[in-house]
Ligand binder design. Structure first.
Ligand code: HBI
Length: 103
């Protein structure tokens, strides 16, 4: 069995805090979350991306992201279940942690 989409109950319990306390937002017309991160410069932004890239590689779960200079926009979803899974919540928490300990 593959990766399962979050249930309604998991969404209330685990996804809601991310949306209300950490400014991740639902993507329109898609079961995915996104957040924009800003940095002092490109070096800081790319350092942040590098830390996430190493984690993504390790857990085989990859963000959709876009970077220009000091801005990194990240979208998380699980392609395998075509929506949000626990893996997205885990990576979102890791990303927030990296950001909060590096800025
Ligand atoms: N990354 N976000 C995301 N979602 C996936 O379903 C996913 C992934 N990275 C790798 C991956 N799946 C692989 O398991 C397969 O595509 C083979």
């Amino acid at each position: 069995m593959g990766i399962l989409k979050l249930t309604e109950e998991e969404r209330k319990l685990l996804l809601s805090p991310l949306l209300t306390k950490s400014s991740w937002e639902m993507v329109e017309n898609r079961d995915a979350v996104k957040k924009t991160f800003t940095f002092k410069n490109f070096n800081e932004a790319f350092g942040f991306m590098t830390r996430i890239a190493l984690r993504a590689d390790k857990v085989d779960h990859h963000p959709e992201w876009f970077n220009v200079y000091n801005r990194v926009e990240i979208t998380l979803a699980t392609h395998e279940c075509q929506g949000l899974s626990q893996r997205d919540l885990d990576l979102a928490k890791f990303i927030d942690n990296v950001y909060n300990t590096s800025t």
